[in-house]
Design a protein around this ligand. Structure first.
Ligand SMILES: [Zn+2]
Length: 368
């Protein structure tokens, strides 16, 4: 398997078309960090990192997306650095201990939106008590346990319910045409309620800045290169072995992730968000198989009614990211991620392999 530290060589070996797209999309460089450790530290370093040499010279790969100016610094060694890891028992106990919360009886435990509740097969909507925006709803899952297995059908049902909620908000306010769907799984990912849930907001005037920025960047890329940005993004990742197709959804183990194990799922322009469901289910299953229990998901969608701007090539997109061990007191996000570039310990090539290694039919680990 290719390693992220060999990315420059991997790109150099691509076929011409993918190589050209990689050069348009990414600036990639490799550097070596060096240090001298005192003799007193040698035993400790060897115990934690395997050898002195592993620490003495460290290869760091820097990737910058030239179009979006998202950037990541990869160093495999950071995956081995001292961290407080307690495992899943505490998470399991917290989930069980929070049963019979207000979300377990949403019709009496949560407020409704002024346009009422939207009921799906596996969940029901509520109005968020302290709102992010004028329209801010919660999709309360029928199952309390946020880590209960979730197949593509359940995710499609949830996305259909959020879409119906968006249309209800739009009917109440024709300017609230920009729907945003998110999923904060467990407290480490910003979820204040343990009970499984997604959230929806509908905003006015302009899409949320990060979505609108991506639309503008993709349009500028198409104008400058005569190529579709999202198709080129897929082309490069797929050619490198970082792309997996799941029922037509293009799943990308991102070369410029916002944080650990970020996956981008690219739908087809004009398609419904539900078309992303099988790929989302695969990603969540791959996360669980890798021990990930806390993650964020965001769904980017064109406006629900025309705003006069060009959204024709903007596909439905889901982004998912691993937020680390909920028992860890150290935040995964620091000043680097907020203000400079993301520092990444997990290898996207390993992530792509984990996404591929799940059975296509039921997302269970494939027998080898
Ligand atoms: Zn509950």
């Amino acid at each position: 398997m290719t390693s992220i530290v060999d990315l420059e060589d991997a790109v150099a070996g691509l076929p011409a078309e993918a190589r050209a797209a990689a050069d348009r999309l990414f600036a990639i460089s490799t550097t070596t960090g060096r240090l001298d450790a005192p003799a007193e530290m040698h035993a400790w370093i060897t115990k934690l990192f395997g050898s002195l040499d592993a620490v003495r010279e460290q290869r760091i790969v820097r990737v910058t997306n030239r179009v979006t100016l998202e950037g990541a610094l990869f160093n495999d060694l950071r995956a081995m650095r001292p961290m407080e890891v307690k495992g899943g028992d505490e998470v399991r106990a917290t989930i069980e201990g929070s049963r019979n919360d207000p979300f377990c009886h949403p019709e009496t435990g949560t407020p409704a939106d002024t346009f009422g509740r939207i009921t799906g097969e596996h969940g029901i909507t509520a109005s968020n008590v302290a709102k992010y925006d004028g329209y801010h709803g919660v999709l309360v899952f029928a199952d309390h346990d946020p880590l209960a297995p979730m197949d593509a059908g359940m995710i499609a049902d949830h996305l259909a319910t959020t879409a119906r909620w968006g249309r209800a908000a739009l009917a109440a306010d024709p300017a609230a045409r920009y729907l945003f769907v998110m999923w904060n799984c467990l407290w480490r990912a910003g979820g204040s309620i343990v009970h499984g849930h997604m959230q929806m907001t509908a905003t006015r005037g302009l899409h949320y800045p990060k979505v609108e920025l991506l639309r503008r960047q993709a349009l500028a890329y198409a104008a400058a290169n005569g190529r579709d940005y999202f198709d080129d993004l897929w082309l490069v990742h797929d050619a490198l072995g970082l792309g997996v197709t799941v029922d037509g959804g293009r799943v990308v183990a991102s070369l410029a992730p916002i944080k650990e194990r970020e996956v981008l799922i690219l739908g087809r322009p004009g398609a419904d968000a539900r078309t992303l469901a099988p790929a989302i289910a695969r990603t969540v299953a791959a996360y669980r198989a890798a021990g990930v229990v806390s993650y964020n998901m965001a769904v980017y969608l064109p406006p629900l009614s025309s705003d006069g701007e060009d959204w024709r090539r903007f596909p439905p997109i889901a982004r998912l990211v691993d937020r680390g061990d909920p028992a860890n007191k150290t935040s995964d996000i620091g000043a680097m991620e907020l203000y400079a570039a993301s520092v990444i310990a997990t290898d996207p090539f390993r992530l792509a392999s984990q996404l591929r290694d799940l059975s296509a039919t039921d997302n269970t680990p494939r027998e080898v």
